[in-house]
Design a protein around this ligand. Structure first.
Ligand code: PBG
Length: 328
């Protein structure tokens, strides 16, 4: 049947008709809100390149968490800015580290019932050189050492789980970290803590603003020897397959908007829960356009999130979590 018997516009006439035939929906519970914890009290330090995002001391983070919970946001993803950094990133697995303290505070409150607490597992916020693992340098040459880094990441994950993380999320892209983390969690009696692996994480320029927020820019070189090349979708599928074989319970795809084809490919191939991370640069560029008046804030924000869900993500990590939840 074709026109005039067939008229696609019939089902677009009213909002209730459109709602009836809508294929994809957004729910506040699908959104995960990242927070950057820092030492001190009453600290709420604005991030220049990310309007509306702050470094928060734990007391301030509790307020953000309360707001997020009241809006029905699904959970938090926690990052930390330690008091001091060193070559190894010891702040990452310190029982009194900044994220560990934050987790304990959140766990002790009623918020823990409403929000899933996800702890990012990486060393880059804690190392003086800003790389995601241990490095060794010979003259001008340097390398990130995989296997010793994996041990530290496993220790970090166990420490975060012990402090109260409901989920640990390794974002470092070292090989073999998922199985090492599973082993460390099980050995410390945390058999019920799931691993959300940043399985498909590309070396992306869109992380730029995050590195200001987390103070984690590499002091030399870049992350291309451990994060994936942006050209590769088959390789992303192998990364996911390997992480699942190592025991990942869920996967996270990152960035989102420039890699929606990878999200879709993963959705078609894997039946595990999958999130996508709308990263700092995606947020910042949209904000820049909102500020200029070039894009309409609310509609563009929701459309950017809907596109990620439509591509196949079950949940989305986004700095818009609270703003979007208010609109939904
Ligand atoms: C840590 C980490 C990064 C992001 C999440 N975890 C930065 C990076 O890999 O350089 C980026 C998140 C964002 O840009 O919003 N390894």
């Amino acid at each position: 049947m074709s026109f005039p018997a067939n008229r696609m516009r019939r089902l677009r006439r009213t909002e209730s008709l459109r709602a009836l035939v809508r294929e994809t929906t957004l729910d506040p519970g699908d959104l995960i809100y990242p927070l950057f914890l820092c030492p001190g009290e009453s600290v709420r330090k604005a991030i220049g390149s990310m309007p509306g995002v702050f470094n928060l001391s734990i007391d301030e983070a509790m307020k953000e968490a309360e707001e997020a919970a009241a809006l029905g946001v699904g959970g938090l993803l926690l990052f930390g800015l330690p008091e001091s950094k060193d070559e190894q990133g010891t702040g990452a697995w310190d029982a009194n580290g900044i994220v560990q303290q934050g987790l304990r505070a959140l766990k002790a409150s009623s918020l823990a019932k409403k929000l899933v607490l996800i702890a990012d597992v990486c060393l880059c916020e804690y190392t003086s050189h800003g790389h995601c693992g241990l490095i060794h340098k010979t003259g001008d040459n340097w390398e990130v050492d995989n296997d010793p880094s994996v041990e530290l990441l496993a220790k970090t994950a166990a420490s975060l789980a012990k402090a109260g993380a409901d989920i640990v999320a390794p974002s470092d892209m070292m090989d073999g970290r998922v199985s090492a983390i599973r082993t460390a969690l099980d050995a410390s009696g945390q058999t019920q803590t799931p691993i959300l692996s940043y399985a498909s994480k590309f070396a992306s320029a869109f992380y730029g603003p995050f590195r200001e927020a987390a103070d984690s820019a590499p002091q030399f070189g870049d992350r291309r020897s451990y994060q994936m090349d942006g050209a590769n979708v088959r390789e992303a599928m192998r990364e996911i397959e390997l992480d699942l074989a190592e025991g990942a319970d869920m996967i996270l795809m990152k960035p989102a908007m420039p890699y929606l084809d990878v999200v879709r490919a993963a959705r078609e191939r894997f039946d595990v829960p999958m999130g996508a991370y709308q990263v700092s640069g995606e947020y910042s560029m949209l904000h820049a356009a909102f500020e200029k008046g070039w894009l309409e804030r609310d509609r563009t924000m929701l459309e950017s999130l809907l596109g990620i869900k439509r591509a196949g993500a079950d949940f989305i990590v986004t700095y818009f979590a609270k703003d979007a939840a208010k609109l939904l």
